[in-house]
Design a protein around this ligand. Structure first.
Ligand SMILES: O=C(O)CCC(=O)C(=O)O
Length: 270
């Protein structure tokens, strides 16, 4: 696997938006990182809500035991079965999440990638990932679009690190440029994970790099970008806040799961 691409390094983390170089980097690589975009205040408030909701087990939640991924407890009653993997519906847990997704420094950037009118589907991501030290599982290589249904496979997710993320605590890995690659059905398994045992996939996966983030760093990534994350082998839980966005002219397909749960219409970029 390669090393972190310097092309994804930001020029400035301001409210103005991406530099031309960052937009080009996103188009080329399928992701871009903006260092320090999430202020200390945002991170502190979100972390407080997250800890409180984890302690009180406030629904809706996803437990590790429900995902059937490698390393996950087999059932809710197994040791670690009640390890919480995600706080779902993050957006409705506290106003800080609405403030975050509506902030001009997020909306300006999304409008550069998606166009002037941006919508946030509530059915996808819309969660705080809570990767816990014991009993966390591995998320195999996949493209987020695999279970999503929109007119075009063209959505962007915004991943905010509430603490440092690196391979040992289960950071994301991505394959730069994979959002522009064409794969056939045989390259994926029954659950639509990208197969590691398929010879054609090996050169693709050899190009993978870890997305190392510090608290407050933000990863913007395309819904076709191949990504993976291992379990957390550290002593502390890793928290990441993730929301997904589409342009107004790319609605969910009628009757699909992507249509469930409503959407948040966002203010136009400044
Ligand atoms: O395990 C992780 O942190 C990655 C989660 C992920 O890639 C996803 O939910 O799409």
């Amino acid at each position: 696997m390669g090393s972190v691409s310097t092309a994804s390094e930001p020029v400035l983390a301001g409210s103005a938006g991406f530099s031309d170089e960052e937009v080009r980097s996103f188009e080329e690589n399928g992701f871009v990182i903006v260092r320090g975009l999430g202020s200390d205040e945002f991170c502190t408030r979100m972390t407080q809500v997250t800890r409180e909701h984890l302690d009180r087990e406030i629904l809706p939640l996803e437990y590790e035991a429900e995902v059937n991924y490698p390393g996950a407890p087999a059932t809710l009653d197994s040791p670690g079965g009640r390890t919480i993997r995600r706080l779902k519906q993050a957006h409705s847990r506290d106003i800080v999440f609405t403030e975050w997704v509506c902030a001009p420094f997020i909306q300006n950037r999304l409008s550069q990638l998606l166009g002037p009118e941006v919508v946030m589907p509530l059915a996808h991501h819309n969660c705080v990932m809570t990767k816990q030290p014991n009993h966390s599982s591995e998320t195999g290589w996949h493209q987020d679009i695999r279970y999503w249904s929109f007119q075009r496979p063209d959505l962007v997710s915004v991943w905010l690190a509430l603490g440092n993320e690196y391979p040992k605590n289960g950071c994301l890995w991505v394959v730069p440029g994979s959002h522009r690659m064409n794969f056939d059905r045989q390259q994926f398994d029954d659950a639509l994970f990208f197969r590691k045992d398929e010879p054609r996939n090996q050169p693709v996966l050899e190009a993978a790099i870890p997305v190392e983030l510090q608290r407050g760093d933000v990863l913007f990534f395309h819904c076709r970008t191949l990504h993976f994350a291992s379990r957390n082998e550290n002593a502390e839980t890793k928290y990441s806040v993730v929301f997904t966005f589409r342009s107004a002219d790319n609605p969910p397909l009628p009757g699909s799961r992507s249509e469930n749960g409503g959407e948040l219409l966002l203010p136009r970029a400044e």
